[in-house]
Write a protein that binds this ligand. Sequence first.
Ligand code: SF4
Length: 326
Amino acid sequence: MPLIEVKNVMKHFPVQKGFLDTLFTRQKEFVKAVDGVSFEIEEGEVFGLAGESGSGKTTMGRLIVRLIDPTAGQILFAGQDIATIRGKQLRLLKRRLQFTFQDPYSSLNPRLTIGNAIADALRLQGIGNKSEQKQRTMKILERVGLSPASSFYDRLPHQLSGGQRQRVVFGRAIILEPKFVVTDEPVAMVDVSVRAQILELMKDLQDEYSLTYLFISHDLATARHICDRIGIMYLGKIVEIADKDRIYTDSLHPYTVSLMAAIPVPDPKAKKGEALPKGEIPSPINPPSGCNFHPRCPRTFERCAEEEPALREVKKEHWVACHLYD
Ligand code: SF4
């Protein structure tokens, strides 16, 4: 049984309107941030969600750990519908599912020491007494590479580098010994020179704590480095899912093809990647009809504007939503 099952999940946020707009337009509008997404994540897997900003990948991550509730659809964790869990069971579920935010600086209270920020996770869950909490926190600080722990425990977030803050964020997530961690752009805010170390730390923690990850990133080169499989999102929908190598060497969806072509190559003699599809991502309030990529797609044809393509398995373990492969 997969650890995570996402079944036709939608998240539509109501658009906040001004007083006059509310007075003169009765019709409510919604931002369709996630619009009918289905996928599964196996235990021990690193599943990547990639796409341009505004594709809905962060909203999807927040839904899985129940930071927000879906408008429709179902999310199962180890076979259990997370929307039906209440009370003490919900507190236990929140321990099992963790989320690390993109910007470690804004996700840490600037007035709370690093030690207290991590120990807080234990306090909120009612785990251990004060001295046990401190002991466990010291151990975690060492484990995430903030050593010696005694010299980090009483520091404030602004006294750390970006990479060190990211280590704190991972420490706070794993101190509860979760099963599943959503990491939202974990290396986007850190210096290029320490990115590899953070990814290495993620892999080490995965081995030690038997973690399963959802890795959210706009950076496909990084995603390939750490993920087992990757799902590509566009305007609230998944358009392709495949093994991390297959999605690079055998991309099928025209959107994925252009994302891959735009990845910079370090070799100056190599053929330069092409630009991403022309135009902005359309508004998720009024997405285009049919295939929502059709206004930007270089291979669009008549049927594309009329009929939405379903996500279908076109090769073994390779899923694509495009009429070219019907
Ligand atoms: Fe392009 Fe049509 Fe495929 Fe959409 S369905 S990606 S518009 S070819």
